[in-house]
Design a protein around this ligand. Structure first.
Ligand code: S3P
Length: 747
């Protein structure tokens, strides 16, 4: 076995915190001997009996003389007792011995060290394990207390490098994650996240315990009381010390909370349902988010924070009746327009993917009360066109280009400043396409270098309507300008070079806002109002496309996709696949809330390569990665041109697909505005078209799902890296795909 990290470990104070470190380091074989320093002999005996330490003494001075370089002292006594321990060490500590502590307040420990030594010595590494339990004492010590928990160290400028390294290594050896923070920041963060909840829990139990009816209260107190007050069973001395030691920061947190509680009280008093719903829905969303964060499933978690790999076994066919999740574009717009409407808008079929949730969160942050989503149902308490409030901080929209570009238009017309930020992929995407027309309207917008995010939008500008000819076919740019037009003097119109999705125009009309449409031109005037409505979001044709392609390429397939939105500005994939010879049947056509909807049945039939008509490009813009997989399975060549926009999506989709297809043995030659794919269907017959291999989706949801579909015609396993962002548009893709017949595993 390798040399242990430490020589001797001296733990001063063998309670839950000290005892657990001793147990864990012993179990990890990372120290030669553990010596406990306790106040009462009985505790020492107990600790030895429990195997927490090898021996225990009642005086620190007694062990100091034995220590040598490489040994470490962990001070784990209540915060206010730390100074006396330091005083006992002074002048007696051999060189090369490191001292660290576990107190919950760091400013106080640093001050104590200064009082004792004149300055904070270089061998002292102040630290705080963010772990614990309401149980206390040596009998509560647990070997796994620190596993997967965080340890905050607050080293000072002159803290010794060796000592710091040793303390870091020690905590890592017991399974903890170590991070550094300045002393002041630590104390403020802990005041809010740990100390305030303890004040409230102790206070609440004490209040109820004093109540004349207390017996009944305790007898009938069910889950809520029990869950909320668990921490009031914590060690009173330890918590009294923390309150006294972190006085200023805790007072600030208590005052903030008291203000909030007073406001809640008066809302209850005056029966203000909206206010209560606002606080409760925001708190629920925050708490749910926190729960997901703990489970490592947060929707704002960046792609680097979470690694998901798809492993697709070759072969299979798809069959059955499926309903894919709600349309992403409409889900975004339902939140935006519902928030700006007067009255309560009810949405069904909302896509609970990360992108649409980012939009939802942004409006919550701007003071809109939004209930849900629960099973695709969302209730939005609109605040009217002029009712948004300044958010408490920057609005983070994750991976979502639609959120950022549409919000930019809306926010340009508000009277407050906002910053919009996104994840690594979004931070590389072009935003000048919205910043330029908005500036023409009088907006004040700053971007990052080269027109990339973040966007800083200055409020309080008076916008003027413009007549804007879009330089590219982009529904996001069109929508951005039209939404800014709601706040601009006079008339705003957009002229698009080719038809793009028109959900904004349709949904504005659905909210009773007049939009004139004349071929490629859309026009609206400011000064109107949006009236709350009901929205039924159909299934997303972009998500349905993965199953359309799956059925079209895999012999024996037959799927029925229900309730799919078939807006003519979104039908490109159906048109292109049909032109390639696919067997696609639409049934049960109907209109739902101003949008056409149908069930789509797709059966396997061999495909032929085609030259894709350029007028179909904007109508199938998000579907090309999947269509490239279809092209690879077709007989003959498929040529795409006029699609340079694909290079600025969540990834450069032309390059990403060409690279992946080549790895899987299909010839795919990228061009500046498209791709040429040599279909292998002719020679392969109904057999494998793709080889196996590992491809990288580059964190782009649609690339990931497309290669998963390719496995149906693969000869070997396909591993797809960086698939976490599938959750942006199709959170249950792996589950649905497996149900349909793909042999897909997500790890
Ligand atoms: C979208 C428009 C399209 C599309 C995106 C969603 C929208 O982008 O790619 O996924 O909801 O308006 P562009 O308009 O930039 O082409």
């Amino acid at each position: 076995m390798a040399e242990p990290l430490l020589g001797r470990l001296v733990v001063v104070g063998l309670g839950l915190i000290g005892g657990s470190l001793a147990l864990a380091l012993k179990a990890a074989g990372q120290c030669r001997e553990v010596i406990g320093v306790v106040r009462r002999e009985r505790t020492g005996q107990q600790a030895v009996e429990l195997g927490v330490c090898d021996r225990a003494v009642t005086s620190l001075s007694e062990v100091l003389v034995e220590l040598e370089a490489g040994d470490l002292i962990f001070v784990a006594v209540p915060t206010l007792a730390v100074e006396a321990v330091f005083a006992e060490m002074k002048g007696q500590l051999p060189d090369g011995v490191t001292v660290t502590d576990g107190a919950s307040v760091k400013g106080n420990v640093v001050d104590a060290a200064r009082r004792v030594w004149g300055e904070v010595p270089d061998f002292l590494v102040p630290g705080h394990p963010i772990a614990g339990s309401e149980k206390s004492g040596v009998t509560a010590a647990r070997e796994d207390l620190y596993r997967d928990h965080r340890i905050i160290l607050t080293p000072l400028r002159h803290t010794g490098g060796k000592a710091l390294q040793q303390v870091r290594a020690m905590w890592r050896a017991v399974g903890a994650e170590v991070l550094d923070m300045p002393v002041g920041e630590h104390d403020e963060v802990l005041a809010a996240t740990s100390h305030l909840p303890h004040v409230i829990a102790y206070g609440l139990v004490d209040t109820l315990a004093h109540d004349a009816e207390n017996e009944n209260i305790f007898r009938y107190a069910a889950g809520g009381f029990r869950d909320f007050t668990r921490i009031a069973s914590s060690d009173p001395v330890m918590w009294r010390d923390i309150m006294l030691a972190n006085r200023e920061a805790i007072l600030a947190a208590v005052d903030l909370y008291r203000g909030n509680l007073d406001a809640l009280r008066s809302a209850i008093d005056r029966g203000d349902s909206d206010y209560l719903m606002g606080v409760f829905t925001r708190a629920k969303a925050a708490r749910d988010h926190f729960t997901r964060m703990l489970a490592k499933k947060a929707y704002t978690e960046t792609m680097q924070a979470q690694e998901v790999t798809f492993i697709a076994q070759p072969g299979g066919a798809v069959s059955g009746t499926l309903r894919v999740p709600g349309d992403k574009s409409m889900s975004h717009r339902s939140i935006m327009l519902g928030s700006l409407a007067d009255g309560v808008t009810e949405v069904e079929g909302f896509l609970e993917g990360e992108d649409a949730l980012a939009t939802l969160q942004a409006f919550r942050d701007m003071g809109v009360v939004i209930e849900g989503p629960v099973d695709g149902r969302v209730v939005i308490h609109g605040v009217g066109l002029h009712g948004l409030q300044a958010p408490p901080g920057p609005l983070y929209v994750g991976n979502s280009g639609t959120s950022m570009r549409l919000l930019a238009g809306l926010l340009a017309g508000q009277d407050f400043d906002v910053t919009l930020t996104g994840d690594e992929s979004l931070s590389k995407r072009p935003m000048n396409r919205v910043a330029l027309p908005l500036r023409e309207m009088g907006a004040v917008i700053e971007t990052g270098p080269e027109g990339r995010p973040p966007l800083l939008i200055r409020g309080g500008q008076s916008l003027k309507g413009i007549d804007y000819a879009l330089p590219m076919a982009s529904a996001q740019v069109k929508s951005c300008v039209l939404l800014a037009g709601l706040y601009a003097e006079g008339q705003t119109s957009t002229l698009e070079p080719a038809p793009t999705r028109d959900h904004t125009e349709r949904m504005l009309a659905g909210f009773g806002y007049e939009v004139q449409r004349d071929g490629p031109r859309a026009t609206l005037r400011s000064g109107g109002k949006l009236k709350a409505t009901k929205i039924d979001v159909p299934a997303d044709i972009s998500s349905a496309t993965f199953f359309m392609v799956a059925a079209a390429i895999a012999p024996g397939s037959d799927v029925l996709l229900q309730h799919v939105g078939i807006n003519p500005t979104r039908e490109g994939a159906i048109n292109i696949l049909r032109q390639m010879g696919a067997d696609i049947e639409q049934t049960n056509r109907r209109e739902v809330g101003g949008e056409p909807v149908a069930d789509i049945r797709v059966r396997y039939r061999p495909l032929q390569g085609i030259r894709i008509p350029e007028d179909q490009v904007p109508l199938a813009i998000d579907e090309f990665p999947a269509l490239f997989v279809a092209a690879a399975c077709a007989t003959g060549e498929t040529v795409l041109t006029g699609a340079e926009e694909l290079r600025v999506k969540e990834s450069d989709r032309i390059q990403a697909m060409a690279d992946g297809l080549e790895i899987l043995g299909v010839s795919a030659e990228p061009t500046p505005d498209g791709i040429v794919i040599q279909g292998a269907g002719g020679s392969a017959g109904e057999g494998a078209v793709f080889g196996g291999g590992t491809v990288d989706s580059l964190g782009d949801h649609r690339i990931a799902m497309s290669f998963a579909v390719a496995s149906l015609r693969a000869g070997d396993t396909i591993r797809i890296l960086n698939c976490a962002n599938v959750a942006t548009s199709f959170p249950n893709f792996a589950e649905l795909a497996t149900r349909a017949g793909l042999r897909l595993q997500s790890t």
